[in-house]
Design a protein around this ligand. Structure first.
Ligand code: ING
Length: 321
C-alpha cells in the first residue's frame, strides 16, 4: 500500500530589509497557489521566511531587533497565508522569528510551525542548534548573531499529520546527526527543514566551495540513516549584499535526491512522496530496536565537547567501580 503525499518546496529568493511582510506574504501566497495547481497538499517554506536574515547584523537597539519578530501567529500580515491555506486545503511549514511571553518575560526564538490543511497550527518547533556567535566580531565580512538574538529550543517533537509522522528542524540543525536520530526514534517519516545558509562561512572560508555539497550531504545522511523523507528549503540569493545558497531538495529515505530547485529565486517544485517508502529502511538496515546498541553510546549524551587529557591523548572517565 502507498501513502502518497505531494510535497512542494517553496524556495524564496532574497528578502531585502526594505521588503515588507505584506510583500513577502504575497510571494508566499503566489507560491502556494502554484503548488496547489501542481497538486501539492503541503508546501515547505524557509527559515525566518518573513524578513531578511537579520542575524547578519549587530543590532544594539531592542526595538530594532524586535521589529524582525512576530508577536502573534497568525498576525495581521500573515493571516492572508492562513486564509489561502484554508481555501486551497494546502498545509505549510513556515519559519519565522517568534516573540513569546513566558512568565511575564518576552523570549525570542527561531521558530517553525506546521499548519495543516484546515489552516490549524498542529506543531511548533524552536531551533535547538544556534550557530554563529553572541558578540560583535568585526573581523567577519558579516555577522552571524543567532546566539545573541535567540534562545535555543530543547526538544525535537514529531506529529501525526498529513497521513504520517512528521517533524521539523531549522537550518544548522540539519548538520547534526542527533537532530534526525531523536525524531527517528519517534518513527518520523518526513522531516521539514527551512534554512538561510550564506555561501561564505567566515570561520572556515576554505569550505565556501563546498557549501552546497555539505547542505545536501547532511540531509541525505539524515534521511538514509533514519529511513525518513527530508525536505530542505532555502531562502537563497543575494540578500543585503550576502549571497546565500539555494540547493532546496527533497531527499527520499534511500538518501537519493527526489527533486531539487535549480534557481536562487522564488521557485516551486513538487514531488510525490510515498511515506510507505520509509518502511523498508526502518524494518531492515535501520531497524533501531534490532540493531542499535545504546549501552555503547552513553558518551553521546554525557559529553558536550571533545575531552582530551593534558598530553592530548584521549581521556576516559574512570570506570565506575
Ligand atoms: N545558517 C548556517 C547553516 O548551518 C552555517 C550557518 C553555515 C554553519 C555554514 C556552518 C557552516 O546552514 C543557519 N541559519 O543556521
Amino acid at each position: 500500500m502507498s501513502r502518497y503525499l505531494n510535497i512542494a518546496m517553496g524556495q524564496l529568493g532574497p528578502v531585502q530589509r526594505s521588503d515588507s511582510r505584506r510583500q513577502v506574504v504575497a510571494r508566499l501566497c503566489d507560491m502556494m497557489r502554484e503548488a496547489h495547481a501542481l497538486g501539492a497538499q503541503l508546501i515547505v517554506y524557509p527559515e525566518l521566511a518573513l524578513t531578511t536574515f537579520f542575524p547578519r547584523w549587530f543590532l544594539a537597539d531592542d526595538a530594532d531587533i524586535d521589529s524582525f519578530f512576530e508577536r502573534e501567529m497568525p498576525g495581521p500580515e500573515t493571516r492572508p497565508l492562513f486564509e489561502l491555506a484554508h481555501a486551497l486545503g494546502v498545509g505549510f511549514y513556515l519559519g519565522y522569528a517568534e516573540l513569546a511571553q513566558e512568565q511575564g518575560r518576552w523570549m525570542r526564538y527561531n521558530t517553525a510551525i506546521l499548519v495543516d490543511q484546515h489552516a490549524k497550527i498542529v506543531g511548533r518547533y524552536r531551533k535547538v542548534h544556534l550557530p554563529g556567535h553572541a558578540e560583535h566580531e568585526p573581523w567577519r565580512r558579516f555577522q552571524h548573531l543567532e546566539k545573541r538574538y535567540f534562545t535555543p529550543g530543547s526538544r525535537f517533537d514529531v506529529y501525526q499529520a498529513f497521513g504520517g509522522i512528521v517533524g521539523m528542524a531549522l537550518c544548522n540543525d540539519r548538520r547534526w546527526a542527533e537532530t534526525y536520530r531523536v525524531m527517528g526514534l519517534q518513527g518520523v517519516e518526513l522531516v521539514m527543514i527551512g534554512y538561510n545558509t550564506p555561501v561564505h562561512n567566515a570561520p572556515a572560508p576554505q569550505h565556501d566551495d563546498l557549501s552546497l555539497f555539505h547542505n545536501q550531504l547532511s540531509m541525505q545522511a539524515g534521511a538514509y540513516q533514519n529511513g525518513t523523507w527530508v525536505v530542505g528549503v532555502a531562502k537563497a540569493g543575494l540578500e543585503e549584499g550576502v549571497d546565500s545558497i539555494g540547493g532546496s531538495c527533497i531527499i527520499a529515505p534511500s538518501g537519493e535526491v527526489r527533486a531539487c530547485c535549480i534557481t536562487k529565486d522564488d521557485e516551486v517544485v513538487v514531488a510525490r512522496c510515498d511515506l510507505d517508502f520509509c518502511a523498508i529502511y526502518k524494518q531492515t538496515t535501520f531497524n533501531f530496536d534490532r540493531h542499535r546498541r545504546p549501552e555503547a553510546y552513553d558518551m553521546i549524551v554525557r559529553r558536550k565537547g571533545v575531552a582530551l587529557a593534558a598530553d592530548g591523548s584521549p581521556w576516559h572517565e574512570p570506570e565506575e567501580a
